[in-house]
Design a protein around this ligand. Structure first.
Ligand code: 5GP
Length: 196
C-alpha cells in the first residue's frame, strides 16, 4: 500500500517535470533559458570590463560551444575576433594512448589575448591540454570561459577565470551539448533522469 502511494507520488512529480526524450534516454529541465541568458550576460559583462582597451581573440571549441559562443559574443562590446576550433582525437604514441590536436586554428594568435570558449569543463583534462598546446603559439595571455563547470569532477588544477554556471556531476544536454549527437537544439539545459 505504502509502496503504491510512493510510486504514484513519484509518477506525479515525473509528469510535472518538463522532460524530453533524446534517443534512449529521458532528461528533465535543470537550467531554464532565462537563467542561462542572465548568466551568459553576466560573464560577457565581466569580460567587457576585464578586457577594456584590448582586442581579444575568442576561440570557440566545436561542437558543444556553438550556441554559447553565439550568445556570449552578442553581449561582448569589445573589438574582437572569433575563430572556431575543434579538438581531434587520434591514437598515438603517448602515455594516455590518445593525442588531441587543435584543428582549424587558422589565424596567428602570437601576442594576442586569447579567450577559450568551452561548453563544459568536467575533468578539466581537455582544457589543460588545450592550454599547453595554445601556449606554443605564444599568445599574450589565455583565459578560459566556460558555460558550465562540474567542480566535483575536476582532476587537474585549472584556472577557470569565467564560468557561467557550476553544476553537479550529472550528465546534461541542450543549449549546444549533445547526447550521442542529438539534443543540442534546445533553449533550456536538461539533466539525465536516473531511472535506476
Ligand atoms: P573534460 O576533458 O573536462 O573531462 O571533458 C570536457 C568535454 O566532455 C566537454 O567539452 C564535453 O564535450 C564533454 N562533457 C563532459 N560532461 C558532459 C555532460 O554532462 N554532457 C555532455 N553532453 N558533454 C559532456
Amino acid at each position: 500500500m505504502i509502496n503504491r502511494r510512493i510510486f504514484i507520488i513519484f509518477a506525479k512529480i515525473y509528469t510535472l517535470m518538463e522532460t524530453i526524450q533524446v534517443k534512449d534516454k529521458r532528461f528533465a529541465v535543470s537550467i531554464p533559458e532565462e537563467k542561462i541568458k542572465a548568466e551568459v550576460k553576466r560573464v560577457a559583462e565581466e569580460i567587457n570590463r576585464d578586457y577594456e582597451g584590448k582586442e581579444p581573440v575568442f576561440l570557440a571549441v566545436l561542437n558543444g560551444s556553438f550556441i554559447f559562443a553565439a550568445d556570449l559574443l552578442r553581449e561582448v562590446t569589445l573589438p574582437c575576433e572569433i575563430s572556431f576550433v575543434r579538438l581531434a582525437s587520434y591514437q598515438g604514441v603517448s602515455t594516455t594512448g590518445e593525442i588531441r590536436e587543435i584543428m582549424g586554428l587558422n589565424m596567428d594568435i602570437t601576442g594576442r589575448p586569447v579567450i577559450i570558449v568551452e561548453d563544459i569543463v568536467d575533468t578539466g583534462l581537455t582544457m589543460a591540454h588545450m592550454l599547453d598546446t595554445l601556449k606554443k603559439h605564444n599568445p599574450a595571455s589565455i583565459d578560459i570561459c566556460t558555460l558550465l563547470l562540474k567542480p566535483g569532477k575536476l582532476q587537474v588544477n585549472l584556472d577557470v577565470r569565467y564560468c557561467a554556471m557550476r553544476i553537479p556531476n550529472d550528465f546534461i544536454v541542450g543549449y549546444g551539448l549533445d547526447y550521442d549527437g542529438f539534443g543540442r537544439n534546445t533553449k533550456d539545459i536538461y539533466t539525465l533522469i536516473n531511472m535506476e
